[in-house]
Design a protein around this ligand. Structure first.
Ligand code: IFM
Length: 472
């Protein structure tokens, strides 16, 4: 590799509370929407639940020791709203204490805590009051952000409001493939707007409380028309780009919803600003509060077509019994994703590191007011094999990670302001609707014994971190 990174570049790894903690009903924690969803028939592969996950809640000090061994400079984790304020009532001091101990353990290991407030696990009690379709949830989120800051703000410097709001709105409320499993397009658009509002309200409040490094993480992609000379492929790519990228970027960075998306979604009220409608007069100003960084999660590009694949128009998502689910692409059901002739991961996602370089450079060009970027997730699922010597020689994942790090370096050389990279994920974990059926970790977890074994990719990643100049 011929990479070059600024001296302050941050190297880390990421996880999320629901995917690793377990202890789903312990020490005062109550159900999140994912605890409920995992119990719904055919929602999650093999009926897997988050009850134990990889037991990080009980193994946290050893997991932090492992991070230190791997040379991580930063650890991106999320706090669980349902652990901190179960049922949206009183604060649960035991839940808060877990994160306080985690932060202390990280700082003791010289690892920067990067905290995300929302990685999809809404308290079920809040969903029961309408969840993200209810405007009030944005204000409840602001209160929760304040509670977390009061407990950890003396030690945590990097605060991310949301992780991939695309997923927690459109996948959860329109496709129904994620919790809360609703298939209601209007609810999904309301969820988009209310999550944006929650982001803005939390940024305002955290700033008042003294937080200085605030951001949000979006899952962004390059939307490439299959045939650029074909009108329906171009139109499908425009709509997909609008719904996946611009509907999230533009309100936050530019303070407006994109005109074409507003037009496409006019029936859901995104085009009107009124005292009683979805978008209220001050909302966009609140949503576009200045932030210090934008987290970019990127795994693959998307080639998009407006034509059915092979003469069929199969649903994008089915449940584990094969029954069709809704489409996340509200008002755009005809979008399809043809396959290019590229290698694929166990998720079926194409491997094309150049896409990451293109995306990072393009973002800076298309959004002149963009804050500095951090790649807050990038990584790959493969079907790992444990060798006779007990090691996991995960060559494909190693190559994926190294090639994408090269792409980040190339993007920086092209002018992109990228300040850090977090591999997804520290260890194998609960991959949402796919349960424990996909492994993204650079550390293997044996789901019988819960034993952790660093894979070859983690050793290669440690070498990259050591080879880069130490942060100042
Ligand atoms: O596991 C997820 C993570 O929670 C959010 N970003 C994508 C990852 C892989 O699917």
């Amino acid at each position: 590799m011929t990479t070059s990174f600024p001296p302050t570049f941050i190297w880390g790894s990421a996880t999320a509370a629901a995917q690793i903690e377990g202890a789903a009903f312990e020490d005062g924690k109550e159900a999140s929407i994912w605890d409920t969803f995992a119990r719904a028939p055919h929602a999650v592969l093999n009926g897997d639940t988050l009850d134990t996950a990889v037991d990080h809640y009980h193994r946290m000090p050893a997991d932090v020791a492992l991070m230190k061994e791997l040379g991580l400079q930063a650890y991106r984790f999320s706090t669980s709203w349902a652990r901190i304020r179960p049922a949206d009532r009183d604060v649960n001091p035991v839940g808060l204490d877990f994160y306080s101990r985690l932060v202390d353990e990280l700082l003791g290991a010289d690892i920067l805590p990067w905290l995300t407030l929302y990685h999809w696990d809404l308290p079920q009690a809040v969903e029961d009051k309408g969840g993200w379709t209810n405007r009030d949830t944005a204000y409840r989120f602001r209160d929760y952000a304040e509670i977390v800051h009061q407990a950890l703000g003396d030690r945590v410097r990097h605060w991310t409001t949301f992780n991939e709001p695309f997923c927690s709105s459109l996948l959860g409320y329109a496709a129904g493939v994620h919790a809360p499993g609703r298939q209601e397009p209007a609810a999904a658009i309301a969820a988009v707007h209310h999550q944006h509002l929650a982001h803005g309200l939390a940024v305002q409040r955290l700033r008042e409380l003294g937080a200085e490094n605030l951001g949000i993480t979006l899952n962004l992609t390059n939307s490439i028309p299959l045939d650029a000379s074909d009108l329906s492929d171009r139109e499908a790519a425009r709509r997909f780009d609008g719904l996946q990228n611009r509907m999230f970027l533009d309100p936050i960075v530019r303070g407006e919803y994109p005109a074409d998306v507003r037009k496409d979604l006019a029936e859901f009220g995104l085009d009107e600003v009124s005292e009683t409608g979805l978008v209220r007069p001050d909302d966009l100003q609140i949503i576009s509060q200045p932030i210090e960084f934008l987290g970019v999660n990127h795994y693959h590009d998307d080639v998009v077509s407006g034509h059915p694949l092979d003469g069929t128009n199969d649903p994008l998502f089915v449940d584990t019994a094969g029954q069709p689910l809704g489409s996340p692409f509200v008002g755009s059901e005809y979008i399809t994703f043809p396959l290019r002739d590229l290698p694929r991961t166990a998720m079926g996602w194409e491997v094309n590191p150049k896409g990451l370089r293109t995306l990072l450079v393009r973002l800076g060009e298309e959004y002149p007011n963009l804050p500095p970027l951090y790649v807050t997730e990038n990584g790959a699922a493969y079907d790992d094999v444990v060798s006779l010597d007990g090691a996991i020689h995960d060559e494909q994942r190693t190559k994926y990670v190294l090639d994408h790090i090269q792409a980040v370096s190339d993007a920086i050389a092209d002018g992109a302001d990228v300040r850090g990279y977090f591999v997804w994920s520290l260890m194998d974990n609960f991959e949402w609707a796919l349960g424990y059926g996909r492994r993204f970790g650079i550390v293997r977890v044996d789901y019988q014994t819960l034993e952790r074994t660093p894979k070859d990719s983690s050793i290669a990643y440690r070498a990259v971190i050591r080879g880069a100049r130490p942060r100042s």
